[in-house]
Structures are given as structure tokens and as C-alpha cells.
Ligand binder design. Structure first.
Ligand SMILES: NC(=O)C1=CN([C@@H]2O[C@H](COP(=O)(O)OP(=O)(O)OC[C@H]3O[C@@H](n4cnc5c(N)ncnc54)[C@H](OP(=O)(O)O)[C@@H]3O)[C@@H](O)[C@H]2O)C=CC1
Ligand SMILES: N[C@@H](CC=O)C(=O)O
Ligand code: NA
Length: 823
């Protein structure tokens, strides 16, 4: 015997009932082919009908006469199925049958309306009509197709006590009745779910998950080979797909796991109601009526070996935490007995409990709707203890959610809690309470409700590792570096996904005119058009607020501007656990205290503030300095050429040519700052040596740098960049003389930065052929570090230190390193 059960959505419309009949037919054909098995089918009420019946009962009781309108609607839905699926000549008989059942319901409601009273017993009787109507109609549909089938009212089979609403089954009697019935009736039995009856034949209902329960009771009594629960999703998922878009199907799951997941909100099946089947080790398959070829989920005692340590993540969106604490609880036996005793006496269901080993506090989670009630109960129960100060006031915390990671694979496997806490910590999700059962198949954490989606996605991303980890990027600046970065990300995305399991998703972008945000990601092959057509007028505060509002896991803010005002947002972003990556040197070259503060904030928040491209573009200079410092080396001297622009200029400028043209060429090649005066004035190099000195452990201030300016005052004073170029033309002779003087001595012009004895200086120098900086070509940078460990021969880094590609790739590398860090 195989027992099938179809839920309310599966039989919610004519179309879906057709589909259900097709599925039943497929089973029959397979069984006939095998000639060894029978099926029986359990039905819920048509989707929504049970709730309507409850409402109808309430209306009748309170004398609202328009409940009849709702009854009509229920009748019409069932009539409509008859009209659509049963041949015309057979319809009148079925209509009469349905009408008869509806008449019975109407009589009952009239009685309720007259006496204005709705006992639990009558309530159960009213709700029983849902399954009775649906099963009647579907039985007729099936019979009309020539299939020998029989309507079976479960009230004849399932005998219960008289706890209306959630009756207890008398298994001895029930099992016997079921066996007898199926022995005598060999036609296909179509059974009403959810309902039973007392020995006095009063109608009862089986409570939450009722129709699943019916299937389970029948399956267990007949020792079925399978119980197939047909619903509207592809079985159980690793997480709720409405909250975690990457959630996927779990092919096999153990009973214990299914229990844990369902306790924490997974609503696909309600395993407690399947207990009779599990007790007899009958596997349950959860299948999708609307995607019948999908294998769904099989729930049984053992699950197949899996590649993941956890099986699923579940959550309860809204809980309240009750905190009972006080010095009088330490070492005193019986406090928790009293606490949970009184909760049990008031039928308060406790979702999770956590007690610190100091015994100073116990906290537990409950449905927030009952929180005030619980507080008043506990205030009364512990009045004496509170009065004597043994227990502090009972505190209720609200707006919390609970997340549970569940899986048999977590048993005796170390590092899972570490991973869980680490990923939540890195995403700034504060953990309010924790509980792990000693079965080790569930770790539950209580967090603030506003972090629920972020936490679920971050955990799913980390625990189900064959899927790529997602980095959510927010880019400010779509100029030279920003747009080159976007292109590199686009070109490299497949490699990152395949080889590094990293999905880089650009969620927001802005320039000075337009900003565009899309939490699902902006497509990068046409971002320009989208930004232009779908973007809205830029407001940086609004952009930053959106980043925080989205509260996405693994968020990274990338500043590809040279703007001074953007850096004011860095701290609050880091504080909100959003990493910051930037080639913009402004933040790190202001007052030392601000530089320190950003470093500290990032450290405290467990996020990253990365700026490798602040010095030498993509050359690994900052990382090298940080590596030396953290490994205990001490810096003695730094000597460097840190301007790609000035390198290029002094390597390209020839006597008789235009200096301004060479500067223009540097700008066109993407070496200069947005305003090239930042390069020629030495400002850019000053920032870089300042940042380098700070990274090397010296708390320098901007005033500590001595700059020997290269530019004539008139160039510096030019009001605009074009006016500056005009001024350069006028001063050509000045630059030519610098060059010819150097060449006369067989030397080259180099703009050198040095740091030694806590002092930094920068300025134009001439270097002879013996000097290591003499041979530098193109827009190369060179940095020479003398340290305690690199004393005799300095550590030298050399290579292209400016340009769009090398800079964007440095930014990109920083971004990817955050992906690895978060993993
Ligand atoms: N070129 C190089 O080799 C290197 C450059 N860098 C640094 O990279 C950064 C970017 O340089 P680059 O790409 O050449 O600069 P660009 O001038 O080409 O681009 C700057 C971008 O930032 C946008 N922007 C400026 N201010 C704001 C603001 N307040 N709000 C929103 N958007 C803003 C601009 O918008 P809009 O398009 O509307 O003007 C533009 O898109 C600079 O800090 C530079 O120092 C670092 C290392 C090497
Ligand atoms: N303008 C800079 C580019 C990088 O910081 C330079 O020329 O070096
Ligand atoms: Na660098």
C-alpha cells in the first residue's frame, strides 16, 4: 500500500485537480504494471476553505447574517469543479449530493446563529465540511473516468478522544478499523483528511498538520511502503526560498532533522503529525503537484551522505526573549523547575532556552504575542523573590528572530559553531542568545529581527559552499578607475565564480549625476545605459543610507573618486560592518587621528578597510609594508619615486618639445590625478609618503612633510585645469632649463620622496647614472625599504605605478581578498 496526500493548494482549482487526477492515475498505472501495490489517497479541503469555514462559524455565532454569502462561495467552488471535470449527464446527481452536504452545513449554522454559541465540538463539525466536500467532489470526478473508487469518510476509521480541535487518536481501535475497512474495500479509497470522531460519533479534528496526520495514521496501520505528501513546493529546501534566493532542494533528510527544521519555521510538512509513520519506519516523500517529475525530499531514519555539514537553516521571524536573572538564582535548586512549571501550567510554548553556567540568568524565547501575559504570570509567581532582590525584574526583549542551523552532519564535527559565529560577526550581526541541544543537530541563535535576512543569506552562503559566496558591491565613481574596474569585474566574473566560488554582484553605483541601486545586482554589460536611463539624481547621503537599509551580507563600499567629502561616510559604513576599498588617498592622508580611527573601527567591526592602490597603484606596496610591520620588522628608511605621472613626464620630456603636451599625454594615458596639479605640485606624492610612513608605524601628520614645490606659482594659482595648461605653456622655458641643466651633468630629473628619522621630504632631484633611480622608465614607481631585516641591501619594489588597468586591478584584488576573508 502507498498512501498519498494532497494538500489544499494541490486541489485549490479546477486545473490543479486535473493535475492531481493525472498523478493518481500515473500511480495506478505503475501499480498495475507492477501488480503488487495499492494506493489510497487523502485530501485536505480546497485551499482557503478551512479558514472560510472558521470565519463562517464566527459570523454565525455573532449573528452576522452575511455568512450565507461565504457559504455560497464555497458551494460555487465545488460546483465549478463538478461542471468542469464531470460529464454533463452525470452532473445533476453530484450537484444534488454536494447540495445535500451544504444543506447540512446551513442547518448547523442556523442553529449556531440562533443560540449564538459555538462550542469547540460544533467548531470541529463545521470545519469538517471542507474535507468532506473536497473529497466527495474529487471522488466523483475520478469515478466519472471509469476508475473504481470509493469516498471514505475518515470519521468511520479514526477514533479519538473528545479534545475538540486537537483530538488524541485511539490507535488500538483506529488501526483495527482501518485494517478491516481496507480488507473489505478493494476499490481505490479516497479519504477525508484532518477529521476523526469519538466513540459516540461526534466529529473531531486532528489539529495542526491534520491531513498529513491522517495519511500517517492510515499508512502506519496498513504498514505502507511509502507516504507521499503532495504539496506546492519541490520538497524541503535548505532555507526558505522567499528569504534566501539561493536555497535549494534537500533530496533526503532524517526524521530528526525534519523535526528540528519544522520546529524553527520550515512549514512544508509538520513532522510531529507524521510520528505514526516514522515509528514504523515508513519513508515520507514530499513532492510537488505542480512539478510532478521533481524528486522532492524523502524523509526517513537515515539520509544519504551529503557534501555539506549542515542540512538546512530555518528561522522564526518574530520572537520575544524573556530574561529571568538575579544573584539569588546562583546555586539554588528548583528555580528553573518553578519557572518552567508555571509556564507549562499556563500552556506557554517555549521555543528555545538558554542558561549561562554561572546560573545567574535563564532566558527563553516565546511567541511575542504572549509576552506581556508571560511577564505578568512570572511577576506573580516570583513576587517574593523579586521583592527580596533574589531575582531582578523580569525583562522582555522584543523585535528578535531566531535562526537554527540543523543537520546530523554537525554531530561531533568541530568548527561549525565557530564558522557560524564568525560569519555573523563579520557581518555585524549581534547574537543575543545561543542554544545548542546536546543532540548537536541544532544550533540556534537569537538575533535582532532587522538582521534576519542578512544573517540567513550569509549563513547559507558559507555553509553550502558549492554555491559561490556573494560579495555585494557599492561603487562611487564611474570615471577612469571606476569604469575600468567594472569592466574587469564583468570580464572576470565567470572565472571567479567557477574557480574561486565568488559571485561579485554590483548592487549600487553612482557618479556626480546619477545613482542606481538594485539589491539583485546591476547587469554589467549595459550599466552605462542603465545608470543613465534608470538612475536617479545622485545624493550621496541617500546612497549610503540605502546601503545600510539593504543590510546585505558581505557588503563592500568602493570609493573610486578623489572627492574629499566622501570619506566622511567611511566611518559610519565600517561601523555598519560594511568593508571599504578605495584608491582615494584623502582619508588616509588627513589628520593621523582620523586615519587611526578608521583602522580601529574596521578592526573592531571585523570588516576590512583596504587601500593598496593608495601607493604605487596595483604594486603590492602597502601589503608588503603591513606584512613587514606585523611580522616584527622595523623601518629605518624609505626612499621612493611615487608618482607615475612625474616619472612619465621626466622620462618623456625632451628639450624643444612642449612640457604642457607631455603633461596632457600623461593625463590621456590615465596616469594623472583628475586635476594634474595634484601630481605636479607634489601633493599626490606627499600623500603617498605620508601613508607609507603611517603604514610603517610612524604617526606622521601632513605638516611633517617638507615639500619642495616644482610648479611656478602662476601654474598653481590657475583657476581651472585648462587655464593651468595655458600657464604651463607660458612656463615651458622654466621646465626646459631644469631638464637641460640636469642633462649637462649627465643626470636625470627624478621627483623623490624619502622618509628617515621621523622626517619625510619630497622634491625634485637630479640623479646620476650610479643611482638606482636613474634607470627608471615609463610611468614606473620604485620604492626602496631599509629595515632591520633588510639593512644591507634594501627591499625594492618597482613597476608601473599609475594607469587605469593597474589601478583598477589593485582595487579589484582588494575586493576579492575581502571575499576570501569573509569565507
Ligand atoms: N589614475 C591612476 O593611476 C590612479 C588613480 N588613483 C585614484 O583613483 C581615484 C579615481 O581616479 P579617476 O578614476 O582617474 O578619477 P575620474 O575623475 O576619472 O573619476 C572620478 C569619478 O568620481 C565621481 N565623483 C566625484 N565626486 C563624486 C561625488 N561627490 N559623488 C559621486 N561621484 C563622484 C565622478 O563623477 P562624474 O563622472 O559625474 O564626474 C567620476 O565618475 C582618485 O582618487 C585617484 O587618486 C589611485 C591610484 C592610481
Ligand atoms: N596620479 C598618480 C596615480 C596614482 O596614484 C600618479 O601619477 O602616480
Ligand atoms: Na599599491
Amino acid at each position: 500500500m502507498q498512501v498519498l496526500k494532497f494538500g489544499g493548494t494541490s486541489i485549490g482549482s479546477v486545473e490543479s485537480i486535473k493535475q492531481v487526477i493525472q498523478i493518481i492515475d500515473n500511480y495506478r498505472r505503475n501499480d498495475e504494471a507492477k501488480n503488487d501495490d495499492r494506493i489510497t489517497v487523502v485530501f485536505s479541503a480546497m485551499g482557503g476553505v478551512t479558514n472560510q469555514l472558521i470565519e463562517i462559524g464566527r459570523m454565525a455565532m455573532s449573528g452576522e447574517t452575511d455568512y450565507m454569502e461565504l457559504v455560497r462561495r464555497i458551494e460555487d467552488r465545488h460546483f465549478n469543479v463538478v461542471k468542469s471535470l464531470i460529464p454533463v449527464k452525470e452532473q445533476s446527481k453530484v450537484f444534488a449530493h454536494v447540495r445535500g452536504i451544504i444543506n447540512e452545513l446551513e442547518d448547523l449554522l442556523r442553529g449556531v446563529s440562533l443560540i449564538r454559541e459555538l462550542s469547540p465540538r460544533t467548531h470541529d463539525l463545521i470545519t469538517s465540511f471542507g474535507e468532506r466536500l473536497s473529497t466527495t467532489v474529487i471522488t466523483e470526478c475520478i469515478k466519472s473516468r471509469g476508475i473504481p473508487a470509493q469516498f471514505c469518510d475518515a470519521r468511520q476509521l479514526i477514533k479519538t478522544d473528545a479534545q475538540f480541535g486537537h483530538a488524541e487518536v485511539n490507535y488500538q481501535l483506529t488501526n483495527q478499523l482501518i485494517k478491516d475497512h481496507f480488507d473489505k474495500n478493494t476499490d481505490l479509497q479516497l479519504v477525508t483528511g484532518f477529521i476523526g470522531s469519538t466513540v459516540k460519533n461526534e466529529t473531531t479534528t486532528l489539529g495542526r498538520g491534520g491531513s498529513d496526520y491522517t495519511a500517517s495514521i492510515i499508512g502506519a496501520a496498513l504498514n505502507a511502503t511509502f507516504i507521499d505528501i503532495w504539496t506546492d513546493v519541490d520538497g524541503m529546501m535548505t532555507a526558505d526560498p522567499r528569504k534566501v534566493p539561493n536555497a535549494f532542494n534537500i533530496p533526503t533528510i532524517t526524521y530528526a532533522e525534519a523535526m528540528e527544521l519544522s520546529h524553527f519555521g520550515a512549514k512544508v510538512i509538520y513532522p510531529p503529525s507524521l510520528q505514526p509513520a516514522f515509528a514504523r519506519n515508513i519513508p515520507i516523500r514530499v513532492l510537488n503537484t505542480f512539478n510532478a517529475s521533481h524528486k522532492g525530499t524523502t524523509v526517513s531514519r537515515t539520509a544519504e551522505r551529503r557534501q555539506y555539514t549542515i542540512t538546512g537553516i530555518s528561522s522564526i521571524d518574530d520572537i520575544a526573549l524573556v530574561n529571568v536573572q538575579g544573584s539569588g538564582m546562583i546555586g539554588v535548586a528548583g528555580v528553573s523547575a518553578k519557572l518552567f512549571g508555571v509556564l507549562a501550567a499556563h500552556k506557554i510554548s517555549v521555543i528555545l532556552i538558554s542558561q549561562a553556567s554561572s546560573e545567574h540568568s535563564i532566558c527563553f524565547a516565546i511567541d511575542p504575542r504572549g509576552a506581556e501575559h508571560v511577564k505578568s504570570i512570572l511577576d506573580a509567581e516570583f513576587a517574593a523573590e523579586i521583592e527580596h532582590g533574589h531575582i531582578d525584574n523580569i525583562i522582555i526583549e522584543r523585535d528578535l528572530s531566531v535562526i537554527a542551523t540543523v543537520g546530523e552532519g554537525m554531530k561531533k564535527s568541530s568548527g561549525i559553531a565557530g564558522k557560524l559565529f564568525s560569519v555573523l560577526g563579520k557581518n555585524g550581526v549581534n547574537i543575543v542568545a545561543v542554544a545548542q541541544g546536546s543532540s548537536e543537530i541544532n544550533i540556534s541563535v537569537v538575533i535582532n529581527k532587522n538582521n534576519l535576512s542578512k544573517a540567513l543569506n550569509a549563513l547559507h552562503n558559507i555553509f553550502f559552499q558549492s554555491e559561490a559566496r556573494v560579495l555585494n558591491l557599492f561603487l562611487v565613481g564611474t570615471g577612469l578607475i571606476g569604469r575600468t574596474l567594472l569592466k574587469q569585474i564583468f570580464d572576470q566574473s565567470e572565472f571567479l565564480r567557477e574557480e574561486k566560488l565568488l559571485k561579485v554582484c554590483v548592487v549600487g553605483m553612482t557618479n556626480t549625476k546619477k545613482m542606481l541601486l538594485n539589491p539583485k545586482g546591476i547587469s554589467l554589460n549595459d550599466w552605462r545605459e542603465r545608470l543613465l536611463t534608470e538612475g536617479v539624481t545622485t545624493s550621496l547621503p541617500a546612497f549610503v543610507d540605502k546601503i545600510k537599509d539593504y543590510n546585505l551580507p558581505n557588503s563592500v563600499f568602493i570609493d573610486c573618486t578623489s572627492d574629499k567629502d566622501i570619506v566622511q561616510f567611511y566611518e559610519s559604513l565600517l561601523d555598519a560592518n560594511i568593508s571599504v576599498v578605495t584608491p582615494n588617498k584623502v582619508a588616509n592622508s588627513g589628520p593621523y587621528s582620523e586615519y587611526r580611527r578608521l583602522q580601529r573601527t574596521a578592526l573592531n567591526r571585523g570588516v576590512k578597510f583596504l587601500y593598496e592602490t593608495n601607493v604605487g597603484a596595483g604594486l603590492p606596496i602597502i601589503n608588503t609594508v603591513q606584512g613587514l610591520l606585523t611580522s616584527g620588522d622595523r623601518f629605518l628608511k624609505i626612499e621612493a619615486i611615487l608618482s607615475g605621472t612625474l616619472s612619465f613626464i621626466f622620462n618623456t620630456f625632451r628639450p624643444g618639445s612642449s612640457f604642457a603636451d607631455v603633461v596632457r599625454e600623461a593625463k590621456e594615458k590615465g596616469y594623472t590625478e583628475p586635476d594634474p596639479r595634484d601630481d605636479l605640485s607634489g601633493q599626490d606624492v606627499a600623500r603617498k609618503i605620508l601613508i607609507l610612513a603611517r603604514e610603517a608605524g610612524f604617526p606622521l601628520e601632513p605638516e611633517d612633510i617638507t615639500i619642495t614645490n616644482l610648479l611656478p606659482d602662476s601654474c598653481l594659482a590657475a583657476p581651472t585645469v585648462p587655464a593651468f595648461f595655458d600657464e604651463l605653456e607660458r612656463n615651458n622655458a622654466y621646465f626646459e632649463k631644469l631638464l637641460t641643466d640636469a642633462e649637462a651633468n649627465g643626470e636625470k630629473l627624478r621627483f623623490v620622496a624619502s622618509f628617515e628619522n621621523n622626517k619625510a621630504s619630497i622634491g625634485l632631484k637630479t640623479v646620476g647614472v650610479d643611482h638606482p633611480f636613474y634607470q627608471l622608465t615609463g610611468a614606473d614607481n620604485i620604492v626602496s625599504f631599509s629595515t632591520e631585516r633588510y639593512k644591507d641591501r634594501p627591499l625594492v619594489i618597482k613597476g608601473p605605478g599609475a594607469g587605469a588597468e593597474v589601478t583598477a586591478s589593485g582595487v579589484f584584488a582588494d575586493v576579492v581578498s575581502i571575499g576570501s576573508y569573509l569565507a
